[in-house]
Every structure is written in structure tokens, then in C-alpha cells.
Ligand binder design. Sequence first.
Ligand code: CIZ
Length: 308
Amino acid sequence: MAKQLFSTIEEEVLALKKERHALILAHNYQVPEIQEVADFVGDSLNLARFAQQSHAAVLVFCGVHFMAETASILCPEKTVLLPDLASGCSLAAMVDASQVRAWKAKHPEGVAVAYVNTSAEVKAESHICCTSSNAVKVVQSIPRDREILFLPDYFLGNYVKQKTGRENIHLWQGFCSSHSMIRSEQIGELKQKHPQAELLMHPECGCSTKLMDAADQILSTEGMTRYVKESPRQEFIIATETGIISRMQKESPHKKFYAANTQAVCGYMKQNTLEKVVRSLERMQYRVTVPKPIAARARIAIERMLAL
Ligand code: CIZ
């Protein structure tokens, strides 16, 4: 590709994107400059749907590895690129396929429900996937008398257990390192300082069990962005990874947002930069693919979720 001169890196990204017939997909937790050049910004569920419906030959996935894997499973004919292979997920790393097999062997009647924050191998061992926006619905779709093996996020699983009133849900003991930094004490202080603010909490938060009644809303990232746009309230305490606040601020410029913990930053999500997006498009790196037999089984679990 001939090297051209661009006055900004954003222009360079846009030109390369056009040349490669590529689309950029960005997760809600990405830095604002990546969200700005993206063709679509959303949560993992909507990103997966967008990837599946798009006609682009190349998808640059500005998120973490399991999200790019999901896109590759759903669109094997497309080239899925991750700008930095170090964008992993601490939660997804908390369970592997052999552990799921051993867990299923202990509960042979159990239905394995895998949060999307899992590797393709783990999805392949699972019956159905879920995201934080549809976990309750997914569990409700399973007959009440069936035992459920919910993995890997303990707090999301516990939230689902409370919401569905089901006792027969076994929970894996995983957690997200960013959400676990959000503590009830910090939230208490913020609520005192901003008494008019509504508290929106992500179900992955370690304190969600304790604060389930104190939170005004427990929502996924997509649920939160929709809620703040529609709510007549002007101030919000946001208990999730801080990257989402730039999208909220852009969509609702006159409202005020307070991060429950300004340190709740996912270092994996933040591996992606505009420079790496440029390199990714120039060199067509790093391709994310999933071996066919695993992809075929993982796809069943993902499609069961999408069908709901
Ligand atoms: O599903 C996702 O994208 C994640 C990681 C969180 C959420 O609530 O959207």
C-alpha cells in the first residue's frame, strides 16, 4: 500500500478502512478516540449481531479477544482482526474447557450457561451463551427443574439467581478484575455527595450482591447507555468500567456522570490504540480464527442465545 501523508491519525484510519473495505467495531469500554472512528459501538451482544449482519470483508475488532473470536465464529468468511493480541480478559481466563468438562461430569443433568466472556473452547463445552443484558432471559428459557451450571462470573450468576428465584443454579467462582474494584463504601460516599444522582450498577460488580436493593438500576452496558438517554434525571453514578462514560457524555452532553471508581479501568480493553488500529489495517494483523470443530460447537451455544 502506497504511503500517503495524513494530517491526523483519524484521517489515516478512515482512509485505510476504506481501502481495506473494513469496518471498525468498538466495545463500549474503548477509549473515546477509538469510539470516534468506529462504525459501530456497543456491547458484546450488539457487536456480534452487527458483525453477523455486516457486508464488510474485514472487521477490526476493538474489544477483547473473546469478542473477536465470537465474530469469527459467526462470520467465518470474514477476516477478523484484533489490533493487539494482548487484549485478553481476566474473567475469561478463570475457566478453561477441561474445568467445564469436569464440572459437567459432576452434574450430568446440569445445563451449562456460559457468559460470553469465555474462550471459544469453553463456549463449545456449553449449552447456551448469555451476556449481562440477557442472562436472566437465557436462564428463564431453561426448564425450572433443570440444574444450571453458570460460569464464569459469580456475581452475574448470583444476580440471575436472585432475579429468577431459582435455587438450582451452581455458580463458578470467577470475577472481573475491573468490576471487583468497585466497592460499596465508595458508592456510599458518592451517594452522599450527589444525592440527586441515580446509581446504575453492572451485575458483574463485586458489591452488586450487597447493594442489590440500593442500586436504582442493575444494567448491562447497553442497558445503561439506553437508560441515561431516556431518564429525566440529570446525574448518574456509573458502577462499571469507566470507558462507557465517554459514550454517555457524548450522547447526553448536558447530564453529569460520576464513575463509582475512577480506577475501574480494564487494562485489556485499553490495549487498543489508534496507532495499533492503523498497524492492524496496514498489515492485516492480528487475525483471529477458531479451529472449525470448536467453532461449530461454540456457534450452537451462541446461536441458541441469539435466537432468544
Ligand atoms: O457484554 C458485554 O459487552 C460486557 C462485557 C458487558 C456489558 O454489560 O455489556
